[in-house]
Structure formats: C-alpha cells, structure tokens
Design a protein around this ligand. Structure first.
Ligand code: MN
Length: 137
C-alpha cells in the first residue's frame, strides 16, 4: 500500500466551468486501471459546461445540493449520498443549485489519449438553461 501525495486544490478551468469551482485530482493511476477520481466543489450557481465522456462517468454527491442534466432530458436534483451514472458519449452538465454549495467525487477511466476520461467539451450552460433546471433551491 501507499499513502498517496495530496494534490493541490486548483480552480476549475474557465473553458470547463462557470462560477467558482475548485478541484482536487485525488487518484490518477496508469495502466491497467486508468482510474481517475476528482473531488470537485461548486459554489452556488456554479456549473460545468456541456460535455461528454467517452467512457462514461459516475458522480457521488458528497455535500450540498446540485443538478445533473442530460441534453434533451430532464434535470436530476441531487444531494449528499446520491450516485449518478452518465453513459459513454452522453452530453450533460453538473453543478450546484443557485442557493447551495455542492461537492461531488467524479469517477471515470482515462483512455490513454486526449483529455482525462476522453472528455469532449461543448458550450457553456446559459443562465436561462441553468435557472430552469437548478434555480430556486
Ligand atoms: Mn461529467
């Protein structure tokens, strides 16, 4: 076994997030598992841009209240203890509600090429899209 070095908390890159988002890369292993675990903290109103993961993603909500929405689908309201699985290639976004913090662990596998998790980035979630799904909570 090995006590892993703790990563430095870094701000979420502006291309990927709106609002205050901080992330810790907790696990990043090499072949054969390629496991990636990130602890991501969103302030009220903060969210990812629309994106997809070529190998899917599992989110474990560890604090607060948030929303996960699939493109063309309804928004899931989530809170501590909830687990959300996002299918490979499924376009979606995740974030806090407008009145609460939200933190989650994001679990996925690397693909060995490109962005972690084979992620693909789209446009930002507009305020209208956001408030329709995540407002008032
Ligand atoms: Mn995602």
């Amino acid at each position: 076994m090995e006590l892993m070095p703790q990563s430095r908390t870094t701000p979420g890159p502006p291309a990927w997030f709106l609002g205050q988002v901080w992330s810790d890369s907790m696990v990043q292993t090499d072949d054969p598992t390629r496991l990636r675990v990130q602890n991501v903290r969103f302030s009220p109103g903060a969210r990812t841009a629309w994106h997809s993961h070529s190998v899917g993603q599992t989110l474990l909500i560890t604090e607060g209240r948030g929303v996960v929405q699939s493109r063309g689908g309804g928004a899931l309201r989530v809170r501590i203890g909830d687990v959300v699985y996002i299918e490979p290639g499924e376009w979606h976004w995740h974030g806090a509600t407008d009145r609460h913090f939200m933190a989650h662990l994001a679990l996925m596998e690397g693909t060995g090429q490109g962005a972690p998790g084979g992620s693909e980035l789209g446009e930002q979630v507009t305020d209208d899209e956001y408030l329709t799904s995540a407002g008032g909570d």
